[in-house]
Design a protein around this ligand. Structure first.
Ligand code: NDP
Ligand code: HSE
Length: 435
């Protein structure tokens, strides 16, 4: 059988999984590729670190040039995180004539146009199935399998770490302990702040929005709130009212006033009705709900992070690249090309939905009247109010208000007004509600 020589840069959680699949299951990859995917070199920083896989002699190096400058290596899985040196290495690999497979969504969301332009100019390809939702084949489905459709909506649980932490909090565990556990299990980013502040989900949403809607959105412009703002008291209230809190990444195509389509995008902790499919996605699992005009509603569910699920997506990309499929789709999709965007972002303030508010208020006469008046002043109708008796006198009490449908702008203005009330101790917590 012919050989395609493969290089890996980065042999951490994901890279070691890729090496295991290539080395231990070469027969499987050869059957699908019609050729042997031969692991030639793997570059790391520290040769002394254990890798959790049996690497034949001569494969491991701490010199990336041995991968980049080896003329026999045709395709490289670039599996280091962050922006630099990942960006420079990516450009060097493309210039050296390699096709590249990556799982690095931060790099693509930040430097997609530069990297994809370089690949097109050099006649190379970049495959990135593992960059969104780990083991779920969402990039291929949205980029290719749904091409006959106009996608109208994408709602996703895209950050496994946040979902894992939220699941633990719903089970009564502590936030900090759940973060450490996610790091130990290998699915948190090197800087877990990027998982819990909504950055990682916004970067993945920017990639999906580009594929699904032709939107060129800067991930930094996507309104986002992470789970790091949450208190366990909100989890308890959500449970009491029949909801679960999920970090949802949302892209909805809406008609604008001018009749043109606009794309509403945001990442926010959201109360999702318990028992609905997205509410029941727990642990490090991801899910993406897609609505499209021809096919209807689809739900993709599976492991969104972790060693072998992510490696599964990387190796599928290596096979597609080795047999030439990636190059075909890469050229036709014109990813992040200079073509005008097909749709632009709609104003977040106009996005419609229901909201949960929780304020810490004094236990005094007239407090409820003042808070509810603020909602009325902004034309927001209240669906329910929840407060429990104080357990110790003088302490502020949580007051929860669930609204009927309104706009994000009105909800934000009401929140500001409530923050200014002298009976309210801190800025209220505000979350979307999806029934
Ligand atoms: P790790 O931190 O576990 O591994 C990173 C690897 O890159 C390490 O082997 C490290 O070497 C190597 N590395 C870093 N800098 C260099 C350098 N300058 N030269 C050579 N090697 C270098 O990261 P993950 O495997 O978890 O993640 C890799 C990418 O995949 C990231 O972009 C991440 O966002 C993405 N991803 C991760 C998932 C997961 O579940 N972990 C899921 C989906 C995507 P050394 O080991 O010697 O330090
Ligand atoms: N840190 C990411 C997550 C890894 O928790 O989802 C997968 O991209």
């Amino acid at each position: 059988m012919e050989k395609t020589k493969v290089g890996i840069i980065g042999l951490g959680t994901v890279g070691s999984g890729v090496a295991k699949l290539l080395l231990d299951h070469g027969d499987r990859t050869a059957r699908h590729a019609g050729r042997v995917l031969w692991l030639e070199k793997a570059a790391v920083r520290d040769l002394a670190k254990p890798r959790g896989c049996d690497l034949p002699d001569g494969i491991l190096t701490d010199n990336v040039d041995q991968v980049i400058d080896d003329p026999e290596i045709e395709v490289v899985a670039q599996l280091i995180g962050g922006i630099e040196p990942a960006r420079t290495l990516m450009l060097r690999l493309l210039k050296a004539g390699k096709d590249v497979v990556t799982a690095n969504k931060a790099l693509l969301a930040e430097h997609g146009p530069e990297i994809f332009d370089a690949a097109r100019e050099l006649g190379r390809s970049v495959a990135f199935e593992a960059s969104v939702a780990g083991g779920i084949p969402i990039i291929a489905n949205i980029g290719q399998c749904l091409s006959a459709n106009q996608i109208t909506s994408l709602h996703g649980i895209l950050n496994g770490t946040s979902n894992f932490i939220l699941s633990k909090m719903h089970d009564g565990d502590d936030y900090a302990a759940a973060v450490s556990e996610a790091q130990r299990l290998g699915f948190a980013e090197t800087d877990p702040a990027m998982d819990v502040d909504g950055t990682d989900a916004a970067q993945k949403l920017a990639i999906l929005a580009h594929l699904a809607f032709g939107a060129r959105v800067d991930w930094g412009d996507i309104p986002r709130t992470g789970i790091d703002t949450l208190d366990v008291v909100d989890v308890r209230f959500a449970q009491e009212m029949g909801y679960k809190i999920k970090l949802l990444a949302v892209a909805d195509l809406v008609e604008s006033v001018s009749g043109q389509g606009g794309l509403e995008l945001h990442v926010s902790p959201t109360l999702v009705r318990a028992g609905s499919p997205l509410a029941e996605v727990s642990g490090p699992f991801n899910a993406v709900r897609v609505d499209a005009d021809a096919v209807g509603r689809l739900l993709f569910y599976g492991p969104g992070a972790g060693q072998m699920p992510t490696a599964s997506a990387v190796v599928a990309d290596l096979i597609d690249t080795a047999v030439g499929r990636t190059k075909l789709t890469f050229q036709t999709l014109e990813l992040w090309s200079n073509r005008a965007a097909r749709v632009s972002a709609a104003a977040y303030a106009g996005a419609r939905g229901r909201f949960y508010f929780r304020a810490m208020v004094d236990d005094h006469p007239g407090v409820l009247a003042k808070v509810t008046q603020a909602f009325g002043d902004h034309d927001i109708s209240i669906a329910s109010v929840l407060q429990h008796e104080a357990t110790s006198q003088g302490d502020p009490l949580p007051l929860v208000v669930m609204t009927h449908e309104t706009t994000e702008g009105a909800a934000a203005r009401a929140c500001q007004e409530i923050t200014r009330l002298d009976c309210v101790r801190t800025e209220p917590v505000r979350m979307w509600v999806r029934d």
